[in-house]
Design a protein around this ligand. Sequence first.
Ligand code: HEM
Length: 63
Amino acid sequence: MLPDLRYLDQQGHQAFPAIVAGLYADKGMPSLAGELSLDQVQAIHQYLIKRSGDLQRELRAAP
Ligand code: HEM
């Protein structure tokens, strides 16, 4: 099972770079440190924030 990151909470957003760098490695989320640059991590994060906003709009339009 993988989490749907469109539902990531405020804490998750704050910890985003740390999570990608291995904070939850012991829970099955691999460390991507060394694979992704900070710019790439930020670009993925911005994409997720956009997808999260899209989802909220969809849910409001068709409850
Ligand atoms: C760019 C790629 C990825 C990003 C940005 C990412 C990001 C995240 C984030 C932010 C969380 C925390 C979710 C939460 O707290 O609700 C998470 C959890 C998790 N991720 Fe990833 N992830 C990536 C790739 C992967 C991959 C490739 C795997 C497995 C092969 C994976 C497995 C997991 C698992 C199992 C968790 C749940 C950990 C737990 O139980 O708390 N992730 N991921």
